[in-house]
Each structure stands twice: as C-alpha cells, then as structure tokens.
Design a binder for this molecule. Sequence first.
Ligand SMILES: [Zn+2]
Length: 643
Amino acid sequence: MKQHDIEINAIVNNPQAPTFENTIVALEKSGSLLMKVGAPLYNLLSSESNDELQKIAEKISPLTTEHSNSIRLNEKLFTRIKAVNDQKDKLKLTPEQQMLLKDTYDGFARNGANLSDADKATYRELSKEINLLTLQYGQNVLKETNKYSLLITDRALLNGLPADFLDLLASNAKKAGKTGWVLDLKATCYGPFMKYADNRDLRHELYMAYNTKCMLGGEFDNTENVRKIANLRLKIANLLGYKSYADYELVDRMAENKTKVYDLLNKLLAAYKPVAEKEYADVQAYANKKGAYFAVQPWDWSYYSEKLKDEKFAINDEMLKPYFELEHVKKGVFGLASRLYGIKFTKNTKIPVYNPEVDAYDVTDEKGNFLAVLYTDFHPRDGKRAGAWMNDFKPQWMDGKTDSRPQITIVMNFTRPTSTKPALLTYDEVKTFLHEFGHSLHGMLTRCTYQSLSGTAVYRDFVELPSQLMENWASEKEFLDGFAVHYKTGEKIPAELIQKIKDSENFNVAYACIRQLSFCYLDMAWHTIEKPFTGDVISNEKQAMASTQVLPVVANTSMSPTFSHIFSGGYAAGYYSYKWAEVLDADAFSVFAKNGIFDKKTAESFRKNILEKGGTEHPMTLYKRFRGQEPTIDALLRRNGVK
Ligand SMILES: [Zn+2]
C-alpha cells in the first residue's frame, strides 16, 4: 500500500500536463505489488484458509478499504482524470483505450467525485447510512431465520421424508439438547421438507413461517428497512443526476436501460405464462388423482410436482453417477476445449501448488505457444468454503511486445474418491465443472492490453455467457459419447438416459421461469421509483408481481422483507441478469447447434469476438460481431420446449 501511494503521488505531482499515458495508463499500472500479494491472499482465504490467514485478513481488510477510499477521494487525481476525459474526442484513442478512460472516469464520478463540496458531504452521509441499513437488513434475515425451530416428537408426522434427511432433523434436535426431530427455515431443511413431507398441515405451517419472516413486527422486522433502502437509493441516484436507482445501475450493463430490461421480462412473461398455467393444471390433475380434493396451494406445489416428476421420468443421480467418473469427465471437458479452440493441457508438477490435491497445467495454443497456467482444485477440505468458483492469481496484460499471460484457478467441492470407489460426479456437478471451466476459458484465452479490462472483467450481465454456454454441451450425445462410460463396465451412457436428462430438465420449466420473473419485476419495482415511496410495502409487492401469478396468492405473506439479493447483496436493479444471461447462452449455443457442436469456425469466431476481448468494448458490440444480430429469446424457448 505504501508502494501504491508512492505511485499515486507520482501521478498527482507530475509537473507535466495530464495525458492519457501519464495519468490513465499510469493509474492502471499502479498498485501492481499490492495486487500480486492480494490475489493469493484472497484466493487462499476461499480455498485453503486457516486461523492465521483469517487473522491477517481481518487486520488487512479495513486497511485496504481505507487505502482504496483515499485514492477514490483524491481530488487532485480526479482533476487530472477529468482533464484527460474532457479532451477525449481529440485524443484518437483506440476502442480499448476509450473504454479504459470511461471506466476510470466513471469509477470516480459514480462515487461522487464531480459533486460540490456540500453534495459530496451529503453523498458520504447517504452512503454510510445505506451501508448500515443493508447490513442490518441482512442480519435481520439471518437472525429471524435462525430464530425459528419446530420440535416434532411424533415420527408419523414426518412420513415421506428420505432417511438421510430425517437423520439431519434428528441431529438438529440433538444439537439443541432435545429428543425427536427439529425443523427450521434454513435452505437445507425448508426445500427438502416442502418436497417430501406427506403431512399437509405441517407443510402449510412451515410455508407460512418461511414467507412471513421479518414482516410481523418484532426486533427483526424489515418492512420499514425496505422503504428506507429504496428511498435512500433514489436519493443517491438523484444526487448523481439520475431519475431512478435503476437508471444509475444500468448504465454499465449490457442491457443499458430499464426499457430494455422490461422488454425482455415482458417477452418472457408472454411466452412462458400460458405454459406455466398448463403445468399448474397438470400438477393439479395429478394431485386430484392422488386423492387431493383441494386447489393446489404454494405449500403443495413442490410436493406434488416432485411426485409427478418421479413418475414421468424415473431418473435420479444414482443412475447417472457411474458414467461420470471425475477422471473421465476431466478428459471430456479439457478435450472439448482442445476440439473447439485447439488448446492443450499439460500437467506440470514443477509449478508450486498450495495443497497436494491441486494440479497445475501448462495451457498452450495450437502452435504450442504458452497461454496460461490453470490450477484445478476439485474436492472439499477443511478451510475451503462451499460452492464452486473461478478466479485468477494473476490477470493478463500487454506492454509493448510483452504479453504477460494469466494464472487461473477453478475450485470445486466434488465428493472425493474412497478406497473402493473413484470420484463419481452427479449430472449437476458435471455442469458445474463445465460452468467454471467456461469462466476459465474467458480468463485464459484473453488478449487485452489493460488488466482491468482483460478476461472476465466485463459487465455483470455479460460475465455468465462464456460459463453458461459451456453447460449446453452437458446433455449433447456427441459430447457425452466421448467420455461418459460406466466406470466398472466401460459401457457408453445409454441414449435413453441422455434423452431423459433433457426431458426432466424441462419439467415445470415454465413455472420456474415465471417465478424468477416475479423476482425480477419486484426488484425493478423497488428500484425504478422516481418519488420517495410512502405506501404499503406488501401491497406494492403484490401489485409488482401480479402479472406473474400462477399459483393462488396467499394473503399476508411477503418477499420484500427477506429479498437479501437486492436489499443486502449486490443485485439491486440487477436480478434480471440471471434471465438475461440465460437468453444469451441459449442464443449463442444455437449457432453451435446449427453449425455442429464441435464446429471450429463457430468456436474461432466466439474466441476472437468474445473470449479474447474481455471488457475492451461494449458487450453488445462484441456479441453482435459473433452472432451477426442482437440476441432473441427464441433459442431459449426452443431449449425449454415451450415453442
Ligand atoms: Zn458463473
């Protein structure tokens, strides 16, 4: 950080007039030592943490926050950046340089650098307030979730639950010093319970507890916080010159503005709603057949859907796992990249790794040129967090003739092999592998000048395209035939099984889409307000979601007080990006589907126009170069079988 400060001071105190080179590029290059140290630290905190590292992080974290704030608030530095930005039309910059200038300038301006001193003070006050409120909101959700528990002592009430799930409930009880089974509102309990529990009254009870969290008064109520956060965000947006918070957020997105977001949501709604209604009618008919003489309610939906799905497809993880031995899947996934992009992976044991389970590969292109180092880390361990992710230890950049290649890591939590069985993946895990590997291709194949624009440093509603695109191969017979063989018999995965995977993936897919859309509309409703909101939180929510209603509406329940994604996470006016990315990946894959899923020309175009380009140009420009037109929802509709 000291070194970084010295570099910043050199920029600020440069006696020469500000230029693109001596200000924007110099700022871009500054802080390289800090990054070199920070990247391994933050990577290891996720994948190989221990008490010592955590103590270091706790100490470092406020210091780095203060450090970056001091740069953001450096007025002399901004004056120089602004001076360069003011002459941008005369500078004859390349598109990549224009993007770097825009990003640099916006990074300061969007944090209030252009405001008068009085407004700057207001901005800081509002920022502080909103940080506190969003934090409090998130903690309320957590605390209210943890507060609830329901002890069951009559085993008969739990009919229908799978044995290992019952074990979990029993161990919940044990931990609380009780005998019996304890239900709670955590994801590990709520989801499976609603799916499997035969007892309708208990399903109802749990549903109501889950959907009235943080809204019935009491110390963790978030209703007022919803109103306050929405209004504070509006104030911040107004202060910075935007009509609404969505207008402010969407400037740096592929979607660009709220009209385009609503346009996508409305198109999807029109296409999926009739199909979702049909799905509802099917589940209702099935429930009736099973002796249910009532309208299927939200607390019945998962339960009857699951049973119907079982009857229709009779497919489960255990049937697929023998065909997905990790070593085979690795060959399949790496092999796919070799077929598409001509790249090769060679294990290199000389490269140091942070744990003996981690492998390091030299990745080379078709001519044998070095492209990247790829680290793979597949199994859960103490000190590794849950989930799966891709990250870099070092980004790619160029300086003159030097092309400094990246070091990329993909980390997963797949069941490890035992003494009698190799590591066998579920179908979802195969998709996860492809997903993270897709991000890593974005990181490895990149060719940019500036590291802050290279690899996966793209707009948030664009970053999931390379990863989700790869998932499309998972159910392609031609791809699976290359590696998915039974680990004992060597027999190829049967074609009927692949077809079943495809069909079962589309089961109730329209309802799932409509549900996602309802969250998108709710998010947009709270962030497109142009006047402070003083009305009733619940009725505003019901109104925002009305067009997406397929299941009966349950009075006195609400999502807004527990919608952490948008009220305490980073998805404000951004929830739509899940759907946006899905539309993109289906649309992009349709080109492969048409030309052949291993077609080199299509792959080459995807590589040149998208994977190599990082965030150096607007994503719609890049996408259109690959696709020849803007994306449409048609390919997604076809994939989902709704058209
Ligand atoms: Zn991803």
